[in-house]
Design a protein around this ligand. Structure first.
Ligand code: HEM
Length: 261
């Protein structure tokens, strides 16, 4: 390497800034803060992180009083539950002889284990409540009407998955309350016509609440139901965009202008 090439190389500090700039551009594509409407649209379309937002939103749907932030709170709770749930998996073991002791250990022998378990437990109860309130908000603002009826159905699935997560999580501490609640719950399910008995057998892996049931509830709780909920949440958000953003009062007065935003 000759002297002139060495002189052309940027100083280490500049190289660091250039590297930072490169990473930023690879994530956001649009290098500088856009100044005009076209640049702003371009920046939103091309960013993985920004494109969840529509390029334009109606002023009305930004009003806190309209949504009460309930959908966003439900999403945040799901993220908190995913994070604390993965953390709990480091300590929990789905075995009929171990599970209860692991829960006791979590309270006394693990740093912040008590907090971790309670954040997960209360977060789950709160999520059920918030999702029901969000559904009521959607109903009372008439946001289930065309073109949002498909998203209403996706929402029903999200509600069922949330309730399913709550139900399957209930058995995992393997205490008396959990054992008898699931015994009663699955017995009631077994009385449903046609689908009841096979559903009960599928959930319990047999005729009684035992080791098989614990493993099945565990796999449903940590893999299958959260996986399905994540997929349908993505569909839910995508659909909000395609339905032209959140509903607003003039929806019925303005004819749709061909397709989603
Ligand atoms: C895990 C559960 C759910 C999550 C995380 C969730 C999330 C969201 C979010 C973030 C929004 C936009 C902001 C807002 O309205 O607050 C929204 C809108 C919407 N949600 Fe949900 N949702 C869930 C369950 C439901 C349920 C149970 C229904 C109905 C059965 C539903 C139907 C809708 C509809 C129709 C919209 C569009 C509302 C509008 O245009 O005004 N969602 N949801």
């Amino acid at each position: 390497m000759n002297d002139s090439t060495q002189n052309a190389r940027p100083a280490p500090r500049n190289r660091l800034a250039e590297f930072g700039n490169h990473i930023y551009r690879s994530l956001f594509r649009y290098g500088r803060v856009p100044q005009d409407a076209e640049g702003q649209s371009y920046a939103v379309f091309n960013s993985l992180f920004l494109h969840i937002h529509p390029v334009k939103v109606s002023r009305h749907s930004l009003r806190f009083g309209y949504t009460l932030g309930l959908g966003v709170i439900a999403t945040a709770l799901f993220l908190v539950l995913t994070f604390t749930g993965i953390w709990l998996m480091f300590y929990y073991f789905p075995s009929a002889s171990e599970a209860y002791n692991r829960m006791l250990d979590l309270r006394s022998a693990v740093d912040f284990g008590f907090v971790l378990r309670n954040v997960h437990k209360w977060g789950a109860e709160l999520m059920v409540l918030v999702v029901i309130l969000h559904m009521a908000r959607v109903f009372f603002t008439g946001a289930y009407k065309p073109p949002r009826e498909f998203n209403w159905l996706v929402g029903i699935l999200l509600l069922l998955l949330t309730l399913g997560l709550s139900f399957t999580g209930y058995l995992l501490p393997w205490d008396q309350l959990a054992f008898w609640a699931i015994t009663v719950g699955t017995s009631i399910a077994g009385y449903a016509p046609v689908l009841g008995p096979p559903l009960r057998r599928f959930l319990l892996g047999g005729d009684v609440v035992g080791q098989e049931a614990l493993v099945r509830f565990y796999v449903l709780h940590v893999v299958i139901l959260p996986g399905l909920l994540s997929i349908f949440l993505a569909v839910h958000f995508w659909r909000i965009r395609k339905d032209g953003g959140l509903s607003h009062p003039d929806d019925n007065d303005i004819p749709p202008k061909g397709g989603g935003r």
